[in-house]
Design a protein around this ligand. Structure first.
Ligand code: 0GY
Length: 317
């Protein structure tokens, strides 16, 4: 029997008619943070989920990829699917090699399951420290899983909010010092952009990256972080302008360790649903030169997710 799901009350569906971006992304660009949701009838949402989304299928994701001018995707397991990675893996298997994945696994995962996910294109595991989304992974479980995925060449993705970084500092520092793998932070550790870009809260995140050369950051989700919102005011003002100093600082300080993604289909937004075309038009405000844009959208994600493909490097020479 197919399962019927009721969306979380007030759920905002993804925007079906995104504009064509004015900014043309470089050839071979990667949308390095996006999700699929179900469809619920085919890939049921997890019983332990904290929200029930609208469906967002692989076909719809890949149509958006083409519309925005991207070549590849990194599909990140969303918490509404728990540790059931089937929808994400199915998306990878139907991408003609143009998608990699980030899984959520428990310590009960078998080596065969890890191998099968690797064959499908999974290249990392995500641990979520955002309290409204999941119950925390115990720290010993994280270290155990991280040790098991390292031989596969996978990396670790962590998602947390800026207010929680001081409390998580010792643990994250221990992870970064003990793991040879790359650690990717989602959405710049979710800074409060109403605070100063050079204030103590964001400085701590910059220090985290500076102290640990294996830490990367996604400079994604202006729509989640912005207080000024999507409206362009006048003249030179543009959407999500209050996020620019934060993302630009990370891009310019760590140009070889940044990634960008749409975050489509944008789970849990309460205020507005972004036009993904506008999100792409935000990129040149945070990566202001063609070189920075190429690193952010092509070189960095290719080296992390498709390191075996040398062609993209050769094309550059
Ligand atoms: C994001 C952000 C969120 C949700 C998830 O896996 C998820 O459910 O990551 C959020 O609610 O902030 O990156 O998709």
């Amino acid at each position: 029997m197919k399962m019927e799901f009721q969306k979380t009350p007030g759920w905002l569906d993804w925007y079906a008619v995104p504009s064509a971006p004015t900014f043309k992304v470089p050839v071979g660009s990667v949308d390095a943070h996006c999700h699929v949701f179900g469809p619920g009838a085919e890939f049921p949402f997890a019983p332990e989920r904290k929200y029930t989304p609208c469906d967002a299928s692989k076909q719809q994701l890949y149509a958006l990829r083409d519309h925005l001018g991207f070549a590849r995707n990194v599909v990140v397991q969303a918490t509404c699917h728990g540790a059931d990675n089937r929808a994400m893996v199915d998306a990878l298997e139907n991408s003609a090699g143009r998608a990699r994945g980030i899984a959520t696994v428990r310590r009960t995962v078998t080596d065969q399951e890890l191998q099968a996910m690797h064959a499908a294109g999974v290249r990392g595991v995500r641990f979520n420290f955002v309290k409204r989304l999941v119950d925390f992974t115990p720290k010993d479980e994280l270290m155990e899983i991280a040790a098991r995925i390292a031989p596969l060449g996978w990396h670790v993705v962590i998602y947390f909010e800026a207010v929680d970084l001081p409390e998580l500092w010792d643990f994250f520092t221990a992870i970064c010092d003990n793991l040879a793998t790359t650690i990717v932070v989602d959405h710049m550790g979710r800074p409060d952009v109403s605070k100063p870009v050079d204030g103590p809260e964001f400085e701590l995140f910059v220090k985290f990256m500076r102290d640990h050369p294996n830490v990367w950051s996604k400079v994604s989700c202006p729509e989640r972080l912005s207080v000024t919102g999507p409206k362009a005011l006048h003249g030179e003002q543009h959407a999500y302008r209050d996020v620019v100093p934060f993302a630009r600082r990370i891009v310019e300080t760590f140009p070889d360790r940044v990634l960008w993604g749409t975050d489509w289909p944008h789970p849990n937004l309460k205020d507005h649903m972004p036009d993904d075309g506008l999100l792409v038009d935000f990129i040149p405000h945070i990566a202001v030169t063609p070189e920075l844009q190429r690193k952010l959208l092509v070189d960095n994600p290719m080296s992390l997710y498709w390191p075996e493909e040398r062609k993209w490097k050769e094309e550059k020479l």
